[in-house]
Each structure stands twice: as C-alpha cells, then as structure tokens.
Design a protein around this ligand. Structure first.
Ligand code: ZN
Length: 430
C-alpha cells in the first residue's frame, strides 16, 4: 500500500497528461508546412520536415517547417524533427537543420523566441526539441515566419504613400501578383534595386525588406536623390504554401536566370523583364542587391571593384553584417539553367550583388538573429547604401562578369543539368 501522500503526489503529477486531450499538430494554415507526424507516445512526436525537390526530383531541401500545436499539456513534450537529408547543387548533405539552427516558438503567432532546450543527433540525423508549453496552443517554425498577409499589410502602406508607386509586373504560377515598388523621385539620377525572398524559406530576408521599405517610406532623406526599386517577394506561391526554394513547377528562382520561360517560371521572366526593360529605356542601375538567408554563412558576392569594396566595408562597419571571409567576386555561370540573378545581370553589365545572412548565431550580435535584428539591419542597409552608392563611381570593371559562353554546354546537353563541384558551404549558398 503506497503512502497516501505519495499516491496523491503521483496522481497530481500524472493527471495533467492523463486527463488532457491529446495534443494535436497541424500545418494547414498560411505558410504552414510539414510532411507528416507520428506520435510514438502521448508526449512524443516525430515531425517529418516536408522537403521540396526541383523539376527533376533532385536537390531536395528540407529547410522549412511551420506547425501549430493545440491542446498541449503543461508537461514537457519531445519533438523530433526528422527527414532532414537532401542535396544542394546535386551534392548530398545531411540537411540544413542542425544544432546551429534551433527553431523559434510563439504563443500568439506574432512574437517569436528561439527554443533553448534541444539537442542534435547526427546519426539519424534529427533535431530533438524539449518544449514545456506555457500555453495549450503554440507555434514552432524554422525561422520567424513572414507570410503573404504580412506583405499585404506592407503593400497597403506603400499604396497609401505619395512617394511610392506600385507596378504589377506579372503573375506567379498560381496567379498571385508579382510586385515592383518604386520609392523616391521618378527623375532621380541614382537608381538602387533591392530584391527580397527569391527563396520561400528565407523569411529573414523579408523581415529585412519590410523594415527597409518602411524606412524609405518614412524618411525622405533616404530618397531625396535616389529612386529605390523594390522587388519585395519573388515567390508568393511558395510563401503562401510554406515552400522552400522552388516555384510551383519545381524551378529554383535563383537559378534558371539564363532561361526565359514565362510558363514554367513566370516569376523569373517577369522580374528579369522589369530589370532589363528599365535599362533598355536608357536608365541607370547603380546598384542591385538580392537578399538571402543561409544557415551559418554570411557574405556579399558580386563584381569586384571600387563599388564592391566601398559597400562591403561600409556594411561591415555600420551594420551587423558579419562575414567570416572577404568579399567574394562572383564567378560566371557554367551550365545552362544554373545562372543566378547576380551572374545573369552581371553578364548584362549591371552591378548586381547578392548578400547571404545567417540564421545561426551572429557573433557580432552575440545571439541568434530575431525579427528586431532583421528590422534594424533593414534600416541600416538603406541608410548605408544611400550614403555609399553614388559616392563611389561605378566603373565598367564593377559590372563586368567574365562571360562563360565558351564553357557552357551545347544545347544538346542542356536537358540534364551537370553536377557542379561541391559547394564549400553545402546547402548554404545563394
Ligand atoms: Zn536563397
């Protein structure tokens, strides 16, 4: 016969789990994503991350999950994130989700903080989270989500601001608007283009873009001599569905820039046309930047020269940009269908750059980047560019990307993309 006090204690400890309805995991909401869930015990879940593959079923990347748990007890739940391995540029890897990239948790779907109790096991591999819920409903995501309705809120601000104009430059595969915003005096001599969210999982780049646009709308000093051209979201379908890096027909929106195919990849076709038409009409593009996220790497890539040197140094000095290596001159594309936006625009003599920002610990920040850090960077980015671009003359050297036409495979070889050399940062490139 157990001591009655022990029995009462045991009952009190077990009651919350026994009497509580089973927690339920769902992802059927905007931006939500998971492949499936298994529940081997009442307090344990195996969450299979929904990897996405390209048009040929290759290059699986499993780097976006966004779920809601309802009916959670106040006792510890164990969530194992599994199904992580994939490929990047045709090289297999163990996935983008590691001990460096713990997820974020929210109890209101708006404010997010990083999960602190987790461990990574390289054997399966899987990331094990231990969550002691503060409320019965919570959300878990790879990074703080920025979904299509967030963009619609920003769009209302843009439409209501007399310094800004909106163009719908095309439609996505599923018919969503592809937007181009211009902010500043139409006759400005300096033109800076910013592109955000070519890849759906990279919500950090949208938080940067959101803040950059708000700064430009709110501070006329940033736009008194510059016309800013903003491509806020390259993959609205992917963001709505919780995609990773391919459009609804499987095409990577930061490859294929050397292909014009408005049916299979209307997002690239529309953006490419908007940029090149602007130039063809006799206007300048003094600086172009596409913002991305990686797991642990951070860098700026583009055409070498004085403009690159000034921007790189100024961003390092004035912002939380914390690259572990020097500026990376862009290398020309070598295989049809593999050109990224920087390679393709560089070939058209446009000073086009790409920045990767890590989602892992930023040593300069001293913590994992939060929404507030992305927002601070967005403001600092446009402030820095407004100072640096225009002060540094754009030389022909800046925009010159060596042509790789001789190295490109012939048309007959283009149907199956050639494996590229292993990336020095698998799953962590543009
Ligand atoms: Zn990307």
């Amino acid at each position: 016969m157990p001591d009655p006090r022990t029995a009462a204690f045991l009952l009190a400890a077990l009651l919350p789990l026994a009497c509580h309805p089973a927690p339920r995991v769902t992802w059927d909401f905007e931006g939500g994503s998971l492949e499936r869930v298994e529940q081997p015990a009442p307090d344990r879940f195996r969450l299979f991350v929904n990897g996405q593959t390209d048009q040929d079923g290759r290059n699986r990347q499993a780097s976006w999950y966004y779920i809601r748990v309802d009916g959670a007890p106040r006792t510890t739940l164990t969530l194992d994130m599994v199904g992580l391995p994939g490929e990047y540029n045709y090289q297999p890897n163990r996935g983008a989700i590691t001990r460096d990239t713990p997820p974020v948790i929210s109890y209101d779907g708006k404010t997010w903080s990083h999960v602190t109790d987790f461990e990574y096991d390289n054997a399966e591999p899987h990331l094990r989270l231990r969550i002691r819920p503060q409320q019965s409903r919570f959300w878990i995501a790879h990074t703080p989500p920025y979904v299509f309705s967030d963009l619609e809120s920003l769009r209302r601000l843009v439409r209501g601001n007399s310094a800004a104009r909106e163009q719908i430059i095309g439609k996505s595969v599923e018919g969503r608007d592809l937007l181009l915003w211009t902010i500043g005096p139409p006759a400005a001599k300096l033109n800076i283009w910013l592109m955000f969210r070519q890849h759906a999982w990279e919500s950090g780049s949208s938080w940067v873009g959101d803040s950059a646009v708000r700064a430009l709308l709110g501070d006329s000093r940033l736009r008194d001599r510059i016309l800013w051209h903003i491509l806020p979201l390259a993959d609205p379908d992917g963001v709505a569905h919780g995609g990773v890096r391919f459009n609804r027909r499987g095409f990577d929106l930061n490859r294929n820039w050397d292909i014009t195919d408005p049916v299979r990849m209307p997002e690239i076709a529309a953006q490419r046309k908007a940029i090149l038409d602007w130039r063809a009409a006799g206007n300048s593009i003094d600086f172009f930047l596409s913002l991305h996220n990686t797991e642990t790497n951070e860098y700026l890539e583009g055409p070498a020269g004085p403009l690159a040197d000034s921007v790189y140094a100024a961003l390092k000095q004035r912002t939380t940009f914390d690259p572990p290596r020097p500026f990376m001159p862009v290398v020309p594309n070598a295989a049809k269908g593999r050109a990224n936006v920087v390679q393709e625009l560089g070939a058209a003599q446009i000073p086009a750059f790409l920045m990767e920002q890590r989602i892992a610990l930023n040593p300069k920040l001293g913590h994992l980047p939060e929404i507030a850090d992305r927002a601070a960077f967005g403001r600092a980015l446009v402030e820095t560019l407004s100072i640096v671009v225009g002060r540094t003359p754009t030389s022909a050297r800046d925009a010159h990307v060596p042509q790789a036409s001789a190295a490109r495979p012939s048309a007959t070889k283009q149907s199956s993309p050639l494996p590229r050399p292993a990336s020095p940062h698998p799953n962590r490139g543009p």
